[in-house]
Design a protein around this ligand. Sequence first.
Ligand code: HAS
Ligand code: CU
Length: 554
Amino acid sequence: MSTPVVYDPKGFTFPDPQRRVLQWSMFIAIIAMFAGVAHGLAQALSYAGINILQYFPGLSSYYQGLTVHGVAQALVLTFAFSNGFLPLVTARALSRPLNMALLHGTFWFLLVGFLLAGYALLTNQASVLYTSYAPLQAHPTYYLGLSLVVVSTWLASANMFVTLRGWRKEHPGERIPLLAYIAVLSYAMWDLASIPIAVSFLGFLLPWSLGWLQHVDPLLNRVLFWFTGHAIVYAWLLPAYVSWYALIPRQVGGKLVSDPLTRAVFILFLLLSIPTGFHHQYTDPGIATSMKAFHALLTFGVFYPSLATAFSVTASLEMGGRARGGRGLLGWIRKLPWGDPSVATQLLAMLTFVLGGATGLVNASFTVNQVVHNTAWIPGHFHMTVGSAVLLTIIGVSYWAVPYLTGKRLWAPKLAVAGSWMYAIGLLIFARGLISGGLQGMPRRTFIAEATYSASGWKLAGALAGIGGTIMTIGMLIFFLIMIMTFLVGKRDGAPRDIPISESLTPPSQNGWDSTMDRIGVWVIVAVVLILLAYGPFFLSYTPNMVSPGFKLF
Ligand code: HAS
Ligand code: CU
């Protein structure tokens, strides 16, 4: 006897006060996005040799702008979105309201954290780049603010766990509805992954910036950063996968291919996202080569669930395209609802992510990494991952979620589709520039516009980055315009009244082997064991060198 995969209960209405908090969470995400975009344009134009920094009032240096860009986009936008989106879909899938106190806590911690970090950034007291490497030292409000952002994610996941526990009590022995399961697992992975950065920020960097500690160990803090820092990219990505697996099939008129496969994919992310951080530190001294090689191996392991996702999601899309009359080998692609801004934007997210995944393989390959490390290739790679799969999915989800939460119909959907195309095309041109520049030694995190050195191939690479970045910015401005107009003048009829939850072709069994996947606690223990194997030898053999004072260079 099997149960329906994705629980689709009738008659559940989200309580209005909760809807409002979730709506504001999405708005903070959009505000953070806006704060980061202008600085993104400045970075892109810098590669093209154009300096527009003088047009930013109060901006002291290139590095201040780059830090604002990274922190706003990578740390605030992503988590503000997930803090709203994941609890929203969990509650809907379980047909239970969230815990109001935790919901308010999530919101306020995030907002106060954003404001504190924003203060340090805007006053040029935290130009340390989003990686926050010691010995670059920031103002205490930067470390405190970002720690509060992390606490907000813990509160959001506590809310999901509390809601799930309540549901389980009332449904003993039943399989967890898939949508809730994958949303909960996404943040369960992040809960584990975020502990090292909390230790680094609260245990070392904050006391150091307050003057309570005179010195810190730069390598130790880099290790703690990347301990969290590789998994953080999956904390950004998994909410997008939640949408691609459990919502998009319904939006295109198809079905999710397999419930057990989807659960297995998320378990693999829980197990393998964290013990891979040394692939960011292949060139760092002080870490045994054998440990770096072990992380390299696991990095190829964590490539696999994304590969499975590519096949599974494509099959769902094909099912939808064929149900809509698509014929022939590829005829179904044209029949997908490309006119629906939410769908089109996420299809573009997927297509551009294929290149992001391929460049990730190059990075992961231990020796080949030497060619691309610290070059413009790396921002090329991550704009085709976090700047495509993640950002475009956030935009695509916002195109139904903002109308759903506000009750206002999306303003100018055709313009929305055009904006997403512009962003995606701009992104491909931009990344093409950075990727080729990187291969010719063009450095990342360098103000190329003022550099006194260059190589012959950098001109074309930089020009492509500048042109692509400008087109991306126009695409983003269209998104902001649509959000503002939807909020201000969106019609009160025609907004979606429910979340598009997919059914599955292969449902989960009630008592078969795959039901063991619902024992989330056991999988968390397995993940901890793998983490101990991957990081234990380093921490057991490492003697901290607390030697470095703080530097404020920019
Ligand atoms: Fe990465 C550096 C390796 C994925 C983000 N990465 C970065 C940095 C960032 C980042 C921000 O091994 C820079 C950090 C810094 O500031 O220094 N990355 C990988 C690998 C993967 C990978 C192996 N990265 C991501 C994702 C990110 C992200 C995802 C953000 C969300 N990355 C590295 C390494 C470095 C690195 C090294 C260090 C480099 C260095 O030297 O500094 C993989 O897991 C990627 C797997 C992805 C795939 C693609 C699957 C495709 C799908 C779409 C299917 C398409 C469909 C379309 C369905 C296998 C799922 C059909 C549609 C129709 C219309 C037909
Ligand atoms: Cu990584």
